[in-house]
Write a protein that binds this ligand. Sequence first.
Ligand SMILES: Cc1cc2nc3c(=O)[nH]c(=O)nc-3n(C[C@H](O)[C@H](O)[C@H](O)COP(=O)(O)OP(=O)(O)OC[C@H]3O[C@@H](n4cnc5c(N)ncnc54)[C@H](O)[C@@H]3O)c2cc1C
Length: 323
Amino acid sequence: MEYAHFAEEMGKTPLGAEVFNCSAPDTGNMEVFERYGSAAMKETWLKPLLEGEIRSAYLMTEPDVASSDATSIEMSCVRDGDDYVLNGEKYWASGAGDPRCKVYIVMVKTGGEDDPKHQRHSMIVVDAATPGIEILRPMLVFGHDDAPHGHMHIRFTDVRVPAENILVGEGRGFEIAQGRLGPGRIHHCMRSTGQAEAALEQMCKRALSKEAFGKKLAQLGANYDIIAECRMEIEMARLLCLKAAWMMDQGDARAAAPWISQIKVIAPRVSLKVIDEAMQMHGGQGISQDTPLAAAWTAQRTLRFADGPDAVHRRQIARTELK
Ligand SMILES: Cc1cc2nc3c(=O)[nH]c(=O)nc-3n(C[C@H](O)[C@H](O)[C@H](O)COP(=O)(O)OP(=O)(O)OC[C@H]3O[C@@H](n4cnc5c(N)ncnc54)[C@H](O)[C@@H]3O)c2cc1C
């Protein structure tokens, strides 16, 4: 709940999370090291991450499988002596394009068909400089490569990783993913609310500073209604986000999950609507380089995929409701 208010303020500018070293995926990765990492991992990776000296990436999504269903993840991870050997491809690894990115947390398949579905996967910590790792390309987001941050497509060919780098133990990837993605998802939503607030403020300033047909833009057509609707939707989204945060604070991740899913659908939806109306109020300038609105819209649109597409979250909400 406390962090929700900070994240909302940080979300008002694209620099906010970066300035306070609270960017995705670093915050989520720091939490993984803190909760599930060994003392050595904390020394090698968590400390420099907290100091803001290095950055990290989280590699789950793969080009060849529908990664919404994480049980489909295929990257192979086979024990060989004191190492694991990794082969496969990952893409959309946010932050992996940053030259400061030194470590990856990678979701891999260690189990076979005989193991229960949710115990076939593990998470392993991989030094980004390990031989066999090849950055193939940055994934473009609406035509932009998001440099220097970058969402990378990466190939692993016989990448040898010390066996002690596996987090907690083989087959426990889903357990860690639940612990990691819950907070990560809600951080995005908190920032979305801040983004929507900033867009509404820009819309109002523009509506009061420009005139057409002898009146301020605010007084024309349905603009009062548009501004009022945006205010109401932001308030609803913020309260839902705070409720999800409060549920998480109670310590039962399972009970909080449907609330996290609800806000994960609602926050980008509301933010996209408000930004869209703000762009419209700015005329052509709204989609140009003269305002931050176009970049904000793009970032919010990607959030309808990142950390689980809308449909997957709706599935979770409906299943809980039906139970
Ligand atoms: C900008 C950006 C940054 C990202 N950063 C990262 C990152 O750092 N690390 C990482 O690992 N991944 C990252 N991702 C990837 C993201 O998490 C995946 O795109 C997402 O999980 C969906 O997986 P997929 O792309 O394989 O889509 P698919 O699994 O192929 O799903 C495609 C579509 O199928 C439909 N669908 C799926 N399941 C259901 C369902 N149950 N009911 C109805 N319809 C359904 C939905 O319409 C869905 O959008 C990022 C993505 C973007 C766009």
